[in-house]
Design a protein around this ligand. Sequence first.
Ligand code: ARG
Length: 473
Amino acid sequence: MSEKKNQKEKLWGGRFKGEAASILERIGESISFDRKLYKEDLEGSRAHAKMLHKIGILSREELQKILNGLNTIESEIDSGEFVFRSELEDIHMHVEARLTELEGEVGKKLHTGRSRNDQVAQDVRLYIRNRILEVLDRLDSLRESLYLQAERNIDTIIPGYTHLQVAQPVRASHFLLAYFWMFTRDRDFFQFAASTNDELVLGSGAMAGVNYSNDREFLASELGVPRISPNSMDAVSGRDHLLQFLFAGTQCMIHASRLCEDLILYSSQEFGLVRLPDGLTTGSSIMPQKKNPDIAELIRGKAARTIGNLNHMAVLLKGLPLTYNRDLQEDKLALFDCVETLLISLEGLEEMIRELEFRPSRGERSLKEGFATATDLADFLVGEKGVPFRTAHELVGRLVSECGEKGETLFTISEQARSAISPFFTGKEYDRAVSLELSADKKNSFGGTAKARQIEQLKIASESLKTSSRTKE
Ligand code: ARG
């Protein structure tokens, strides 16, 4: 812990006498986490300094000294030699104090026409915008892996489930593309979240605006943001931009968690539909046979944290009066945690998907044992034999029950036993009616599991990937 400091020596210490209580320093510091904002804080300060020069507050020489100092600080932080001290509270104070150490009195001019309230609000917006670019990259790699696996597994037939009971045969591509579309929607959501962060806040001051003629247009173009906040009170105290990121992050982690849950189930002994690579699973210290899907479980667990972060932010904001309140300092903990969780989870998920292997024989066994084509057999009676649906349902129900009693499937029960239930349950027609692959191909509605529809869906997905890579440039 740092030694006690006279309040007077603090950057805000003018009106204070005596020592700061240790608890004040310990509860008030945010440098232990907000140092993550240093790049954006320096970016904002450079733009602000240039603006101060433009409006005549800093001379050319003063601006140059400030820019040099800010560059030195950046390389000191980059290389790890910068000394952080909790009595300097936050990243903003650290930069200003070091600037003054390096460049002398001129460092004290940088904060003209600016408050930490608009400064931090700007830093966080820039930070979110930058991190969303990284999230989009990870999302796109994941989407690409899902796409490639879908392409590879278009002929792999697996069970589709409802109520976690075997429902109907689907192509594995169909399952994988279902997640592809979820992550595509997340991508759109993140882009929207990025646009809410694309706003110039500097010039809002503590909350009422500033006493200088800050050129906000100039600042916006320096920072590359398209919009200028129209209300300084809203700008310093609103955190919708952060909430939007957490909304998008939460939706994305919910999708990631559902995919992990499917991978955990499907890779289990009971389902056996997929195999996860050894390098992405762990063993047990006691049970030699175990192969545990830890990454998937951890991502499922991390989704809980993200949902917690969203909740943290919602509760933090809901009773807060205008404008800035110190509570808002805590917003960054939810934000940083969400960013880190997303990045590592998307990376883990991408690796699992990339190396996933399907085990078609296990899928076929479940489908057969689960009577997955019973509906198709009933539809055959209706469509080709003119049997009313209710009667067809009843006949197939009896056949399924007979199979159950004898320990048979629709594929192994004797023709004799079948024809005792219906004379139509015979010959090649019957075989075609219960075939797994044909069942899939009969689901030929747009968005369905028929091969032609899957080829069509892959094309749409590939277009979507191309559009995503174009929008990144
Ligand atoms: N560290 C502070 C935060 O993150 C910066 C703003 C401080 N403003 C103030 N009035 N004390 O919210």
